[in-house]
Ligand binder design. Structure first.
Ligand code: PLP
Ligand code: ZN
Length: 410
């Protein structure tokens, strides 16, 4: 792994060689998640706008130069990343703003942003010759790992809270994972998975432990910048659960800046459900630790009591001079409906939480009308049709009769 210079702890800053440490900082324990730091000086000549312009690999593997694996394993050929970025003209009109884009990451192979991380996690497991990968997840990380592991022919153990939406559990089962439904919260499923991975030597895909997964997530930012022809937006908006996604996106921007690909940075706006907002509370109070409260939100993918990558997320918010905002569940449902009706993009609750946050921040004038915004929709709406149906009106039933039809046509 010549590309990686060292791994660095988010908490104490100590650095480690990738051969020395597998998961987190041995001194700080599980809160000491690690950053993967590359030989940026050596990459400067190679990882350029021109080189990318000529690259015909339309997936996240186009960024292999700055990913922590030597190669894409031959078997791992699901098309991940290079998702569409749409100009959301109707959202602009609705909100009275100049420029909003929607990055539809629900278009990935298993229909969520998590696929970016799973691709790297499974590639890494293959490199390490691991026989089993395990993960704890509120849903998408697991269903995503299942799909990628199936593609590569590796077996998986998945720990999910029994409350995960049915579609996500269906994905696990159809991809052939060993599914352990934990009678408890996500936080408890996470602890159990951690113990199992230590006890049985399974490769742990949990993004909050495994430093390499964030490397897949950062590719969303590379794509956004290529798709915007290197014009840096003012705000990147995404939801926060554990905080891995937003940390990954921020790292992508930092690396592009470091490599001279961009000359300014966006602000990161994190959006949380008010029933699950530990990162927001810590941010407001200027703290570097999180106080547990039992999470309560219908947005299952961001229903988190203790954010497992919270320190990295706080750093992304602070370093970028960004912000974080809470939204209520009813605002998330409203956003789900409105996003679908204004863009044709059907996102799951956590996927459209970003849009609810944008609406709030524009009302507060924290985001200005002339600022350029990118919303990252992190998951597809078909993953949680129960929420979708609760967000909309019931269809009108009639007899098959034209006169009856006339009565209801507006
Ligand atoms: C996992 C997930 C998130 C949140 O990501 P974190 O890294 O946990 O902050 C948001 N939306 C969807 C659809 C997800 O699956
Ligand atoms: Zn440390």
């Amino acid at each position: 792994m010549a590309k990686v210079k060292y791994l660095q702890c988010v908490k104490c800053g100590k650095t480690y060689s990738p051969h020395e440490v597998m998961y987190y900082c041995p001194i700080c324990g599980i809160e000491g998640t690690l950053y993967v730091i590359y030989e940026y000086e050596k990459l400067k000549d190679k990882f350029t706008r021109q080189a990318l312009g000529k690259n015909r690999e339309y997936s996240l593997w186009r960024y292999l130069d700055i990913l922590p694996v030597e190669n894409r394993p031959e078997s791992l050929n699901l098309q991940v990343g290079w998702t569409p970025l749409y100009r959301a003209v109707q959202i602009q009109k609705e909100l009275g703003v100049d420029c909003v884009y929607v990055k539809d990451d629900g278009r990935n192979p298993t229909a969520s942003f998590k696929d970016r991380a799973s691709a790297i996690g499974v590639a890494k497991a293959i490199e390490l010759k691991s026989k089993v990968i395990c993960a704890a997840s509120t849903g998408n990380a697991a269903s995503s790992l299942s799909g990628f592991a199936a593609c590569a022919g590796i077996s998986t153990y998945i720990f999910v809270p029994a409350s995960a939406p049915e579609a996500k559990i269906a994905q696990l089962l159809i991809y052939g994972s060993n599914v352990v439904l934990v009678d408890g919260t996500y936080d408890e499923a996470f602890e159990l998975c951690l113990k199992a991975s230590e006890k049985f030597g399974w490769y742990n895909r949990s993004c909050a432990i495994n430093p390499y997964l964030l490397e897949g997530k950062k590719t969303v930012s590379f794509e956004i910048m290529e798709q915007l022809n290197w014009e840096v937006p003012d705000w990147i908006v995404m939801s926060i659960g554990d905080g891995c996604c937003i940390s990954g996106a921020w790292k992508g921007f930092k690396e592009m800046y470091e490599l001279g690909l961009i000359d300014r940075m966006p602000k990161m706006l994190g959006v949380q459900a008010s029933g699950s907002n530990p990162v927001n509370r810590a941010f407001r109070e200027g703290k570097n630790y999180f106080e547990y409260e039992k999470p309560d939100t219908l947005a299952d993918s961001i229903s988190v009591g203790i954010p497992r990558n919270g320190l990295k997320a706080l750093r992304a918010l602070r370093e970028s001079y960004g912000d974080v905002v809470d939204v209520e569940d009813y605002e998330i449902l409203e956003a789900m409906k409105l996003m679908a009706r204004l863009t044709g993009v059907f996102g799951e609750p956590a996927g459209v939480t970003c849009f609810a946050g944008l609406r709030k921040m524009i009302k507060k004038n924290r985001i200005k009308r002339d600022e350029k915004v990118v919303l990252i929709v992190t998951g597809n709406g078909l993953k949680d049709i129960k929420s979708a149906i609760s967000a909309v009106e019931k269809p009108i039933a009639i007899k098959p009769d034209i006169n009856e039809l006339k009565k209801i046509i507006k």
